[in-house]
Every structure is written in C-alpha cells, then in structure tokens.
Design a protein around this ligand. Structure first.
Ligand code: ARG
Length: 257
C-alpha cells in the first residue's frame, strides 16, 4: 500500500491532476503554510510553462541555463516549452523565453526518484537585473536542522486544483538523507535513496507545481523540489534532489548542452 501511495505521490504533479485527487482521497490535506513574496526576494526563481500553463519551477544558473527536476521536463515537447523569469507572477510580466534544449540526468529512472535533476538551455540569454539573478550551487549538503526556504507557484495544499498566481515561499528545517529514511519519519530507506535530501517542519512544505524549484540554504541552491507523500503531512518530509551531490553533473551538462 505504501509503495502505491509513493508511486502516486511521485507522479502527483500538475501534469496529472487525477492522481493527486486519488492521493487527497487517501490522505488528509493540510495547508502548506507559506506567505506571498515578490521576485526581488527570489530573483533566481523561474516558472516552466507549456502552452501557457505552469507545470514546474526552476532556478537560474547562468544567462542561458536553468536547473530544474528531471520529472518536470520528461517528454516535454520543445515547441511549447517556455520559461518565465523576472516576474512575481507566473502568468504575466518579466520575460518569457523559448527553450533550445534540455537534458535530464542519465541515471534518472534507474532508482525510484533518485537523480531527479535536469538542465534547460534557453534560446535567448537572460539579462541579469534586480529581478533576474543566478544562484550558486551548494558544494556540501546542509546538515540536519539548518534553516532552508522553498519558493514557487505550487498549490497551497495537497490535492488542490488551484495554483496561486503570486510567488510564495515557506521556511523549514533540512533533514539529512540518513535521518529522512530513519524511523524518525514515515519513509523507508527504499524510498529515500542516493542524491536525495529532505526538509521538514510540521505543516510547512512545497506542493504540486513547486517541483523543479529552488530549496535554498545558506544562500546557495541546496535542493530541487522533487516529491513527497502529500504536502505538509505529519512525518512525511518534502523530498529534494541534493544539489551538492549532483553539482558536478550540473556544471558539466550546463557547459556541454
Ligand atoms: N512532484 C511535485 C511537482 O511536480 C512536487 C511535490 C513536492 N511535494 C512535497 N510534499 N514537497 O510539483
């Protein structure tokens, strides 16, 4: 049963509303408990869109490169794939760029949700400003208890079908991979595998639509929103791709794509 729920949770992103409805029927929803903000406070945040609909978040790595989750871009047709940068709102303002190419981590799909990271190359370079800025990648994973922040335009609670248009953020504590798979939480060490890092503060979490977006700790990109069972559920941390563990891949892929 738990495995089924995990499979649904991993897929329960904005591309698959019916799956999130099943999930919300199984588990009680909770508010993600964030606050609204503006892009100047998170100038590395971008939204990924397909034919005018938001499907994920991402982070500015360089003028041409966005870092996001592999599950976000999987099977995404290039023709309709766009990235909006420099706006507090996912559906207006800032600059909307076409995508020239993207690449998922080669090992994504080999072990559950491990290696859930991808880079996206824009067709035209971003111009950095107070609302568009790159963020450095973490070189070491933040340790248990470090304060982190996640931002995005994802739903306010598990199972919700409505995306807010204004950017939101929430603070929580980092949970190491070892702790996340321990008896302290409801995941097992089959769920929490290499290249993952978690975040948990009761009721404070990312949710559907936030995937691919930034988890920042100590001023650097420490995680990429990946998956979770529901959102903000007791004893189910949010799970992120561990950027420090995947940094070399991002650097090399960014310079070769
Ligand atoms: N897979 C979801 C997405 O594509 C993100 C889920 C994050 N869930 C969580 N509880 N932190 O938007």
């Amino acid at each position: 049963m738990l495995r089924l729920v995990i499979a649904i949770a991993a897929l329960a992103c904005v591309h698959s509303a019916p799956a999130s409805e099943i999930l919300s029927a199984q588990l009680d929803g909770r508010i993600v408990n964030g606050s609204t903000t503006t892009i100047s406070s998170f100038p590395w945040q971008v939204s990924l869109q397909s034919s005018g609909a938001l499907f994920c978040g991402g982070s500015v790595y360089s003028e041409y490169i966005i870092v996001t989750a592999a599950h976000c871009v999987e099977d995404e047709p290039l023709e309709s794939f766009k990235v909006r940068a420099g706006s507090t709102y996912w559906n207006s303002g800032g600059i909307l760029s076409k995508v020239a190419a993207y690449k998922m981590h080669e090992l994504y799909g080999t072990n559950g949700m491990a290696y859930d990271i991808a880079v996206v190359r824009l067709a035209t370079p971003l111009k950095f400003s107070s609302t568009i800025k790159p963020i450095a990648l973490a070189t070491t994973a933040p340790v248990d208890g470090v304060e982190a922040v996640v931002s995005g335009w994802g739903t306010l609670r598990s199972g919700s079908a409505t995306l807010p248009t204004q950017l939101r953020y929430v603070n929580f504590s980092v949970v190491s991979m070892a702790n996340c798979s321990s008896d302290a939480y409801n995941y097992t060490n089959e769920d929490i595998v290499e290249t993952m890092i978690c975040g948990y503060t009761v009721g404070k979490d990312a949710c559907q639509g936030d995937s691919g977006g930034p988890m920042v700790a100590g001023g650097v990109l420490a995680g990429v929103v990946s998956w979770g069972i529901g959102c903000g559920f007791p004893n189910y941390p949010g799970v992120y791709a561990d950027v420090a563990a995947l940094r070399t891949w991002v650097e090399q892929t960014a310079s070769s794509i």
